[in-house]
Unconditional design. Structure first.
Length: 393
């Protein structure tokens, strides 16, 4: 992955070291405010995910601000739209820095992350909080970049282990988006199969920000796989399962956290039934968990028309991470103190249950590593553990 990171880092030449200017340590911090930017898709095919992420983030900081802020400073959130397009991301980053944000959160998507990461490193702008779990976000570790979730590859590996050992499925295929997100999902699947001396029996891709997936479906269907992993966002994923039903094709379909299952189930309707998904936070219905109880109350108060879901819960968690880092950095916070404070978070119980303690170090900026499994039943997302119930069709 070192070579991949070098390629990604080359994008900094587009801006150049002098385009934005030197970063000031206290930029985005005043006596009364700390300014944090969100940058994600607020228009286009993936706008739902960007909006829901921002709702979760803003809900948490509304609670923080209602309690007096952080050392008396209110947190101000500024939202930017990169449309889930890499070229837009470069322009958005320039604007965020020109507007004086202390850092960035709520980043959506692997292709845009590939632009933000080297720019963040060059200009010492903290990025903390990613919707996506692309491998290169966490590997190699980058000083100013922090996530709060395991990688897509972790999700793939864990799912393959269950499907291979408990279900006896040995023929795997992948339909994926032809960008960094989709390729990362495919690589994660291949890695998961490698431990069983196996490989995928078929792969096919579709174009990002489009839902024309029929060729990919037809290509993979020919191999008659037991399991099809989808490295697909919610609209194309819904179209894939619809086409499969129309063709009376019934493999086990597995989606990951990149598919925004809250949106997928609404689009897919009955075609979602029985499909499997992986997630990186517990079900948003788990009000027995303190943070989810807090999340539901905040959403009801500040966004009463919004339904609790995985995506806005993940955004809420990004707010938790930022708040903890800023508090630990102290009243005289600057970017370097923030990074050092983040790396000092060890085994913090954030209220999400067993295995969800938050920890960072100089060699681990992912923060969380647990994978959850779910399925769709009667139009709802529910937890899933009964792997032996899955049968070849």
């Amino acid at each position: 992955m070192q070579g991949r990171w070098k390629i990604v880092a080359a994008t900094i030449s587009i801006l150049g070291a002098t385009t934005i200017g030197a970063t000031q340590a206290e930029v985005g911090v005043s006596d009364k405010e700390i300014t944090i930017a969100t940058s994600n898709a607020l228009s286009g095919q993936s706008e739902w995910a960007g909006r829901e992420t921002n709702i979760g983030i803003q809900s948490y900081f509304n609670l923080v601000n209602a309690e007096g802020g952080i050392f008396g400073r209110k947190v101000k959130i500024m939202n930017y739209d990169d449309k889930y397009e890499p070229d837009e991301a470069i322009q958005v980053f320039k604007k965020i820095v020109a507007d004086g944000a202390f850092g960035i959160t709520g980043v959506y998507g692997s292709p845009v992350s590939a632009k933000y990461l080297p720019l963040s490193t060059l200009h010492h702008v903290p990025l903390a909080g990613f919707y996506n779990g692309t491998y290169f976000v966490g590997e190699p570790v980058k000083k100013y970049v922090f996530s709060a979730r395991p990688s897509y590859r972790d999700e793939m590996h864990d799912a393959v282990d269950h499907l291979w050992k408990e279900c006896g499925f040995h023929k795997y295929a992948c339909i994926y988006q032809n960008d960094a997100y989709g390729v990362d999902c495919l690589e994660g699947l291949k890695e998961g199969l490698k431990k069983y001396n196996a490989d995928v029996v078929a792969t096919a891709s579709y174009t990002r920000n489009h839902s024309d997936v029929i060729d990919a479906v037809n290509e993979v269907k020919k191999a008659n796989p037991d399991v099809v992993f989808l490295g697909a966002v919610y609209k194309p994923a819904a179209q894939i399962v619809k086409l499969a039903r129309e063709a009376n094709w019934n493999p086990i379909f597995v989606m990951n956290s990149g598919s925004s299952v809250d949106a997928f189930v609404g689009l897919a309707g009955p075609d979602a039934e029985g499909k499997i998904f992986t997630e990186v936070v517990p079900p948003p219905s788990r009000t027995d968990l303190p943070l989810i109880e807090k999340f539901q109350k905040a959403l009801k108060k500040y966004y009463p028309n919004e339904k609790p879901g995985f995506v806005n819960l993940r955004g809420f968690m990004d707010g938790v991470v930022w708040t903890e880092g800023l508090k630990r950095a102290g009243k005289d916070v600057d970017r370097e103190k923030f990074v050092n404070a983040m790396e000092g978070i060890k085994h913090l119980d954030v209220g999400l249950g067993k295995g969800m303690d938050l920890s960072y170090s100089p060699t681990d900026h992912l923060g969380l590593h647990k994978v959850f499994f779910g399925t769709f039943k009667n139009g709802q997302t529910v937890s899933f553990e009964d792997w032996k119930s899955l049968k070849k069709k």
